[in-house]
Design a protein around this ligand. Structure first.
Ligand code: ADP
Length: 455
């Protein structure tokens, strides 16, 4: 069932509840009023008749029968009876076979003062009438033909109004539900038109500042974020393929040239070494891409183990020296008293990769190929500062060097793919840490990594 129909039905149910209750209350009150009014008229008729018979000496039963028999105000099927204190009927006007009164009933009336009954639509009131000498019971009964037919009519009108009202309320409810839901329908259509191929489209927000506009706004923000991620992924794949193709082209080129003719063992040696260098570069690129994917996968903190940062730094140093033994790396622990102070919760492999990248860069981009690494504790954080006296990075590149595949234009012939720093930042973030850069062209660079201490 559509929301539109459901809303209309709920609306109808609610309205019918209110309308139905109102009609029932009105009907019950009208019925009460009719009964009271008819009983009042019966009582008046009974009282008048009793007064004439008992209090006017000149009037006897026969005369009263004549007077009242022709009275135009007589009620339909009216019967009036008067009983004395022996429960003996002393007067009767009109006759109905079912109207006989038992003695106990008359005694009851004497006790209670008044009694009303309704048998098969015939209403009867029995009440006590007293004068100076005697206590009479007057019983007046009749049929309220007009009152009842009026009430029945009213009931029919109410029922018809109720039923027609239901149909109208359902139709009106559906119309309003349709109007209220049309922006939602539009939103749905807009969303259906958006595909992964074209994420630049947005849903219509509308002029109102209502909940639906907020929903559409939030959806557009989500699309913004998705588009950015999607684009950066696309770029990442394009850049990664490009970076891989360069060494692969170089390798195949060298091998093709080598195969053109027979070479001396020395020539083979030189070419194969060059191919091997390219293979190493390719291998390192593949490694970093793999680590990048690993770091993107938001490794759950539950897999983290306590890692001592001094050990990580020594391992990074070994790795950097293996890349190029001409590099030199000085590690200094400043004011570190206890090993537990420099322990962080993390993934050891990723942390090693982070500092290997920073230290390698420091050596790579400085003429003395020297990196200085300082490890210290700052309140709840472990701080690692990697400095060099190299060429430095101009202010305008400070943010961009952390983007994947971005390289500054002053790297000269230094080999690289532009992945190291973005990987380092991603790994730091994964460990709830961050990397800041202070650098000036010609004066070297300092990369400070701040990681929270293990609790
Ligand atoms: P790669 O070193 O492979 O090019 P990185 O992501 O590690 O990639 O570095 C990105 C760029 O940032 C480098 O190409 C270089 O231009 C600049 N850079 C990084 N570290 C340094 C540094 N210590 N000194 C000067 N420039 C640096």
């Amino acid at each position: 069932m559509t929301i539109r129909t459901r809303l209309a039905l709920q609306f109808m149910l609610l309205a019918s509840l209110i309308l139905g209750t109102a009609f029932i209350v009105v009907y019950v009150l009208s019925a009460d009023y009719r009964e009271d009014e008819f009983m009042g008229r019966l009582k008046d008729r009974g009282t008048n008749t009793a007064k004439l018979l008992i209090q006017v000496d000149e009037v006897n039963e026969e005369l009263l029968g004549k007077i009242e028999g022709d009275n135009p105000v007589r009620l339909p099927e009216e019967v009036i009876r008067i009983y004395d204190h022996h429960n003996k009927e002393i007067f009767r006007l009109g006759h109905q076979p079912s109207d006989t009164m038992k003695s106990e009933l008359l005694d009851n009336v004497r006790l209670s003062g008044e009694q009303r009954t309704d048998v098969g639509g015939r209403e009867r009131i029995a009440f006590l009438f007293t004068d100076r000498f005697d206590r009479f019971v007057v019983v007046a009964s009749g049929r309220d033909i007009y009152g009842r037919s009026k009430l029945r009519n009213e009931g029919r009108v109410m029922l018809a109004t109720f039923l027609i009202g239901q149909v109208l309320i359902f139709l009106v409810g559906r119309f309003y539900a349709q109007r209220a839901l049309s922006p939602l329908q539009r939103l749905g259509n807009d969303i259906r038109d958006i595909s992964a191929v074209d994420l630049s489209r947005r849903v219509h927000v509308g002029k109102e500042h209502d909940e639906l506009a907020q929903l559409a706004g939030s959806f557009n923000e989500l699309l913004d974020r998705l588009e950015t991620t999607f684009l950066s992924q696309k770029n990442f794949i394009a850049n990664a393929s490009h970076e891989m193709r360069t060494p692969l082209t170089s390798i195949s080129g060298q091998l093709e040239v080598l195969l053109l003719k027979a070479r001396s063992p020395e020539e083979y040696g030189v070419s194969l070494n060059s191919v091997l260098d390219d293979m190493h570069a390719l291998n390192r690129l593949a490694d970093r891409l793999l680590q990048m994917a690993q770091a993107e996968n938001k490794a759950p903190a539950s897999t983290f183990t306590p890692v001592r940062m001094d050990e990580v730094l020594w391992a990074s140093r070994t790795e950097v020296l293996r890349i190029d033994p001409a590099y030199s790396v000085d590690i200094e622990l400043i004011d570190v008293e206890d090993g537990s102070d420099i322990t962080v919760m993390g993934n050891e492999n990723l942390l090693r990769s982070l500092f290997t990248n920073l230290v390698e860069n420091a050596c790579k981009y400085s003429s003395d190929h020297r990196a200085r690494v300082e490890l210290r504790v700052d309140r709840d954080d472990v701080l690692v500062r990697v400095t060099d006296m190299g060429m430095g990075i101009a202010q305008e590149h400070h943010d961009r060097v952390f983007e994947p595949f971005y390289r500054t234009n002053n790297t000269g012939g230094t080999k690289g793919h532009g992945i190291g720093l973005s990987l380092a930042r991603r790994i730091a973030e994964l460990h709830d840490g961050r990397i800041t850069l202070v650098s000036a062209v010609g004066h070297g660079s300092a990369f400070t990594t701040r990681l929270p201490k293990a609790a």
